[in-house]
Design a protein around this ligand. Structure first.
Ligand code: ADP
Ligand code: MG
Length: 315
């Protein structure tokens, strides 16, 4: 069997099955943005890990090391935020080839430290090694959350409103502009330095009207699919409601936006939108609703459309 036949999520599902018989001691494992480990009677720890590989996730010649340092941590803090947790620590493992300069790693650490300081997240450990010719970065982040406030992918309910907390497609457009060497593009900094929605995630975690939540890493065509599979429901998405300054296709398939995608009780949705706007000064964007069924029905100004959109996947 080739990896391309199995696909990224097929492979993860297969790995999960191999370990299904081993008891988890009350922990929740593979399948959500973070694993959940009970901490005490009322609180849990959440843990996530992400890998960034040179020439797959970044190009050394195109991405400033300071931005990459920031992004390596940001994508992990985004997964902590997606559970509604407060980040409390990170761990950083790096494999560096001989041809990587000391200046590169110094500047990389500057970006990593800047975001750590911004959210008061200490770096508590990691590992350092050489590599043959590519840089590999692995970050693990931990967070703490009141157990009853945890937001999982599997809690969407039929008739919930689907929201995103930010614009979609900008990061993917930034990547295209970066590769085309359009240095004046404002999208590039959004691709290189995505904002993790940490305060917003913590705030949303305290709202009982908020049901399922995750962050957008692969594009909503794929990510909303994860919520639907985990929750056993379908969705209707109005493409004309999607907040974007790019093409709709890039907005739903591009990924790496790292805003939050969540569902909320329809009765409370308007109040939630008003309170959120008052608290953060930026809007929540409703893009559709959860329905019975098991797939996404795309609509454009009320008319059903049949695009062949798929989010990003390795293999
Ligand atoms: P995210 O985009 O939120 O980081 P992923 O799509 O990378 O999530 O992973 C989905 C789920 O699969 C997560 O719970 C993650 O921990 C788990 N996962 C991914 N790769 C592996 C692996 N090699 N072994 C075990 N679990 C994995
Ligand atoms: Mg995620």
């Amino acid at each position: 069997m080739k990896l391309s036949g199995l696909g990224e999520f097929g492979l993860i599902g297969w790995i999960r099955e191999q370990f299904a018989a081993i008891p988890t001691h009350g922990c929740e494992g593979i399948g959500d943005d973070c694993a959940v480990l009970p901490f005490n009677e009322h609180e849990s720890l959440v843990v996530t890990t992400d890998l960034l590989v040179e020439d797959i996730h970044f190009l050394r010649t195109k991405t400033p090391p300071k931005d990459l340092g920031y992004k390596s941590l940001a994508v992990n803090l985004s997964d902590v935020a997606a559970m509604g947790a407060t980040p409390i620590a990170s761990f950083l493992s790096i494999a560096l080839p001989q041809n990587c300069s000391a200046e590169w790693i110094e500047t990389f650490m500057e970006g990593y430290r800047e975001l750590s300081a911004q959210f008061g997240v200490p770096l508590l450990g990691g590992d350092t090694t050489s590599s043959k010719d590519r840089i590999t970065i692995s970050v693990t982040a931990m967070g703490k959350v009141t157990t009853s406030c945890i937001k999982r992918r599997g809690d969407a309910q039929v008739d919930d409103v689907i929201f995103v907390t930010g614009e979609l497609g900008a990061s993917a457009q930034g990547l295209q502009d970066l590769l085309a060497e359009k240095t004046d593009s404002s999208f590039i900094s959004l691709h290189n330095c995505p904002k993790p929605f940490i305060k917003e995630g913590i705030w949303l975690s305290k709202k009982t009207s908020v049901h399922a939540m995750m962050d957008v890493s692969d594009g909503i065509a794929s990510d909303l699919g994860h919520i639907l599979r985990a929750s056993g429901c379908g969705a209707e998405v109005s493409v004309d409601m999607i907040p974007t300054n790019t093409s709709v296709e890039l907005a739903v398939t591009g990924g790496e936006d790292y805003c939050l995608l969540f569902t909320a009780n329809a009765t409370d949705a308007l109040v939630l939108q008003q309170e959120y706007l008052k608290t953060f000064g930026t809007p929540l964007y409703p893009i559709g609703k959860i329905s019975a069924g098991d797939q996404i029905i795309w609509k454009d100004h009320g008319n059903v459309i049949y695009p062949q959109w798929k989010g990003f996947t390795h293999f």
